[in-house]
Design a protein around this ligand. Structure first.
Ligand code: PGA
Length: 260
């Protein structure tokens, strides 16, 4: 895994946006796997700016979001459908028919999950998957003990995740218990993965994912097996890593053609 430690979330997000912009410029029909939460907000802002000011064109791009709460209609302000419209889609030119977000109201959830996997395959697979990391090490909503080979399915949130996400609902008790999430195996099939982590609250999860053993207790640790994974952090989220001198040394000496 490539570890990129930045002074703050803002500079880290600019790098993430540049990685995505490069993929979209090289392949205008790129398939992007997208994430929600507070982590990717500045990255979406920068992508919107690149669209507005530099003509970054998303008209051929298809997107697949990682997850959605079961039982929330798309217009619910805490739904990930609403989040994506507000923070990304209304600012760029992704065609509505190319946007895919799990349907929290699907009447037959297993059938919906199979169709989501099928739609990813039919689109040619995900070229680049953006991820945040939960304070419990989850990616998507794959909580600790998730099968590392899992596919899109229903999951039950941990108490910690419901408490972490309470602000959007008023209280932890109001956070839905169930979600639909791409599986760990679905994420691992992406050709490139970008995991972002900001703030000291994520430091333990990042250290376990990057330097700990590969284990279902830290679903993000499976990214150690991914051939093209970048982990971009701020100083806070990097605080519990032990080899930071080496990671900085590597980044500062990247050959020009590898730089973003
Ligand atoms: P956050 O969530 O970006 O809101 O911290 C990350 C996650 O749960 O994956």
């Amino acid at each position: 895994m490539e570890i990129i430690i930045q002074p703050n979330a803002e500079t880290a997000s600019l790098i993430a946006a540049r990685v995505i912009a490069r993929v979209v410029r090289e392949k205008p029909s790129a398939v992007l796997g997208l994430a929600t939460g507070s982590t990717p907000l500045a990255m979406y802002r920068e992508l919107a700016r690149l669209h507005r000011e530099d003509g970054l064109d998303f008209s051929g791009v298809a997107t697949f979001n990682l997850d959605e709460y079961v039982g929330l209609p798309p217009e619910h302000p805490a739904s990930y459908h609403a989040f994506m419209q507000e923070h990304f889609f209304r600012h760029v030119n992704v065609r509505p028919e190319n946007i895919h977000i799990p349907d929290g109201l699907a009447p037959d959830i297993p059938a919906f999950c199979r169709s989501y996997e099928e739609a990813i395959r039919a689109a040619g697979g995900i070229d680049l998957q953006v991820l945040g990391i939960g304070s419990d090490g989850h990616i998507g909503f794959n909580e600790p003990s998730s099968s590392l080979a899992s596919r899109t399915r229903i999951k039950t949130l941990t108490a910690q995740t419901r408490s972490d996400n309470a602000a959007n609902f008023g209280s932890a008790e109001k956070v839905p218990i169930h979600v639909i999430t791409m599986g760990v195996g679905t994420i691992m099939d992406a050709r490139q993965v970008l995991i972002l982590a900001f703030g000291e609250k994520k430091a333990e999860a990042v250290a376990a994912a990057v330097e700990g053993p590969i284990t279902a207790m830290s679903p993000a640790s499976i990214l150690q097996m991914h051939p093209v994974a970048k982990c971009i952090t701020d100083e806070g989220a990097a605080a519990k890593l032990t080899r930071t001198d080496y990671y900085r040394w590597v980044y500062d000496r990247k050959p020009g053609w590898q730089k973003v």
